[in-house]
Write a protein that binds this ligand. Structure first.
Ligand code: SF4
Length: 227
């Protein structure tokens, strides 16, 4: 069934982020260890380093996911596409068993050649992350389908302005994926609510009513990740 993957944790919770099946859907999370970025406001710093993960065989991952019993799986990280070949095998095993799969990825490489994924959630990093220059070519975002999402994390007005420019440019180029603006605090201990209200107001002022607001539900209700 394939080799080992670097896994940080496998746990079940509500899916707090935007995805094709809806925020609040129960999901089994497979959090991969290792990331090729270092976003300034990263809320999963513990999963950035692949050395923090355990090597787990795909067969063992499948056993654990099946034992949890939830039919939806969210693969996240870290950055899942860093383990591309093994990830393909894991997707194959999950889709063979009929799991609904969503994958969160950081926008540095196109999620090509991975049938079996119901919905991709692809970040577009904004200036406050310090990682915007690592984003893939627009073609990678334009290749996404109508069940996929591009997620812009917005921590301030400059982020918002850049996100709107990008959104309008991609829209003119016939973007098919849906777009979500995700208000984000600048650090784990920064207040979250004020930026939510601001981003909603900015969108209303600009009448950009096709944009979806992504609220991190797990953060609002303070659900902690299990390991
Ligand atoms: S891409 Fe995700 S995991 Fe990687 S540093 Fe940025 S927020 Fe953290």
């Amino acid at each position: 069934m394939g080799g080992d993957m670097k896994i940080y944790s496998i746990f079940n919770s509500i899916d707090g982020e935007i995805n094709h099946f809806g925020q609040g859907t129960f999901s089994t999370f497979i959090r991969m260890a290792g990331c090729n970025l270092q976003c300034s406001w990263c809320d999963t710093k513990y999963a950035q380093d692949s050395n923090e993960g355990s090597e787990v065989n795909i067969r063992t991952i499948m056993k654990r996911v099946k034992s949890i019993g939830c039919r939806k799986v969210t693969i996240t990280g870290g950055e899942p596409l860093m383990q591309g070949e093994e990830l393909k095998k894991l997707i194959g095993a999950l889709s063979h068993e009929g799991f609904k799969i969503t994958i969160e990825t950081n926008g540095t490489q196109p999620p090509d050649g991975m049938p079996g994924v119901s919905s991709w959630i692809v970040d577009y990093k904004m200036p406050s992350s310090g990682m915007m220059h690592h984003m893939m070519d627009d073609r990678g975002f334009l290749a996404l389908g109508p069940n996929d999402f591009i997620k812009f994390v917005i921590t301030d007005k400059p982020d918002y302005n850049v996100a709107v420019d990008k959104y309008e440019k991609l829209k003119k180029l016939k973007l098919r994926a849906r777009v979500a603006f995700s208000p984000g605090a600048k650090g784990m201990f920064s207040p979250y609510q004020p930026i939510i209200a601001k981003v909603i107001q900015w969108i209303k002022n600009d009448k950009l009513f096709d944009i979806i607001i992504n609220l991190q539900l797990h953060r609002l209700v303070e659900i902690n990740e299990e390991k």
